[in-house]
Design a protein around this ligand. Structure first.
Ligand code: NDP
Length: 460
């Protein structure tokens, strides 16, 4: 996607809402990536040997520094991604919370004591070394922080490769981290194309682990590339999540929440609930309510406080999203979008959509929702699971027992009842099936940035 821009002599960073140039950045090459890995390798012993209390303090100080730059970072993210300023502020708030949360981790990396004969045995958690972080353009700083904070808390040093389309907050983060007292070389940001610099990071023999968020296609190539050096890998990939709405649900609540569960971040969200499964008996009423909600979405200038949805990230992404309006399913509802420069696309609902239609099967990553009717609970489970993905999802019903059955039957890493929330700092996030492996956030993320070591001390 971004490769053509990156392969030019300079990376031209655009504002998707205006197509104006935000920055020109010289792309890094493989030699610069190698130099960043060397800096991270050199800084690793001192960082891991800091006492837990001091490493925790450094992370708290970093969180405080980020808080001082909250508005600046939010504005940069809003302009570079084209996301509404209110959303950008919320994401930077989450970044700060994520560093605060994992600042508690250095002093809580607990092990086990295990009964054995002839001595004592226990486990400790060791950091991995240099960790490579490869991140996408949809939530640039938020997704980076989900990897940075636990990696650093566990005593690793990092090389972060942001997407070339959206490198601005990562570059500013590196400066803020240094000013906040994170030692030189512990955090290294390298801006360059995935196909060159990203690949080198994956194959580099001195990198112990890759934490990746992006497309399932690139995720496959990362898993294959990392296998050559038996690197640890966590993958957070695509999704095609189901929003299952039973006829007994609070339809007003479900219909008013459904649009932003697909159209938030202009649909460029791996958790987008882009398949809205509605029980036959409720389809007519639900569609009336949904139409009002979709038409009320304010699409426009990301820097306007009233805006709820901005543009897509690029002309290429707009063309890719537009290809789903291929006549396989009727357009039932369409909101508005500015007729001006910028990669605009109106919020669009297709209904009814056959489960085998392209819009019901592939990740669209844009503001198109597919409404798919179902008959009963068994049919809803079958349709919800009829996908290669398994990242997120929702169930709307007033029947508590059915809600509990559904949460267990749907093959997904995260599921909500009568809510569309997927991500919290304190709970694990990640996918089943081809949505990836490993978990980010919550207490378990630290497992992905440490190795367990068993120690035995003979007392006989
Ligand atoms: P990619 O998976 O191509 O990009 C994600 C990151 O991986 C970027 O930093 C990219 O670099 C890097 N990358 C690309 N190729 C390689 C490689 N061979 N080795 C190492 N790193 C690499 O996603 P796209 O930006 O192309 O988006 C395409 C589609 O992927 C979207 O339309 C959407 O369907 C899905 N997607 C899903 C995301 C999610 O959150 N699950 C996030 C983003 C996309 P660079 O772009 O800088 O060259």
């Amino acid at each position: 996607m971004a490769t053509p821009i990156a392969s030019r002599s300079m990376i031209t960073v655009l504002e998707p809402a205006t197509e104006a140039v935000l920055a020109e950045i010289a792309p890094a090459d493989e030699a610069q990536l190698d130099a960043a890995v060397a800096r991270a390798t050199a800084s690793y012993p001192a960082w891991r040997e800091l006492t837990p209390a001091v490493r925790a303090l450094r992370l708290r100080e970093l969180a405080a520094a980020l808080e001082q730059h909250h508005e600046e970072l939010a504005l940069l993210e809003a302009r570079n991604v084209g996301k509404p300023i209110g959303d950008a502020r919320g994401e930077i708030a989450m970044v700060i919370d994520t560093f605060r949360y994992y600042a508690g981790a250095p002093e809580r990396l607990l092990g086990d004591t295990i009964p054995v004969s002839g001595g004592q045995a226990w486990t400790v958690r060791e950091p991995l070394g240099v960790v490579g972080l490869i991140t996408p353009w949809n939530f640039p700083m938020a997704i980076a922080s989900w990897k940075l904070a636990p990696a650093l808390a566990a005593g690793n040093t990092v090389v972060l490769k942001p997407a070339v389309l959206t490198p601005m907050t990562a570059l500013r983060f590196e400066q803020i981290a240094t000013e906040a007292g994170i030692p030189e070389g512990v955090v290294n940001v390298v801006v360059g194309a995935g196909s060159t610099v990203g690949r080198r990071l994956v194959e580099h023999p001195d990198v112990a682990k890759i934490a990746f968020t992006g497309s399932t296609e690139v995720g496959r190539s990362i898993a294959a590339g990392a296998a050559q050096t038996i690197k640890r890998v966590t993958l957070e990939l695509g999704g095609k999540s189901a929003n299952v709405i039973f006829a007994d649900a609070d339809l007003e609540a479900a219909a008013s929440a459904a649009p932003m569960a697909v159209f938030g971040n202009a649909g460029q969200d791996c958790c987008a609930r882009s398949r809205i499964l509605v029980q036959h008996a409720a389809v007519e009423r639900f569609m009336e309510l949904l139409e009002n909600a979709v038409r009320a979405i304010v699409v426009g200038d990301p820097l306007d406080e009233r805006t709820q949805m901005g543009p897509l990230i690029s002309a290429e992404q707009r063309a890719s999203v537009g290809s789903f309006l291929d006549g396989q399913a009727p357009v039932a509802i369409q909101g508005s979008a500015p007729d001006a420069p910028g990669y605009w696309f109106p919020p669009t609902v297709l209904a009814p959509v056959r489960p085998d239609a392209r819009a019901a099967r592939e990740e669209i990553f844009g503001p198109i929702a597919a409404v798919i009717p179902f008959t009963d609970e068994a049919d809803a489970v079958r349709l919800a699971n009829d996908t290669i993905y398994g990242l997120s999802g929702s169930v709307w019903t007033r029947d508590g027992a059915r809600a509990l059955r559904m949460t267990r039957a749907i093959e997904t890493g995260v599921i909500s009842v009568n809510s569309n929330i997927s991500v919290r700092v304190t709970t694990p996030f990640g996918g089943f099936k081809q949505s990836g492996y490993g978990r980010e956030l919550g207490p378990h993320a630290l497992d992905a940035y440490t190795e367990s070591k068993a120690i035995y001390y003979a007392t006989g």
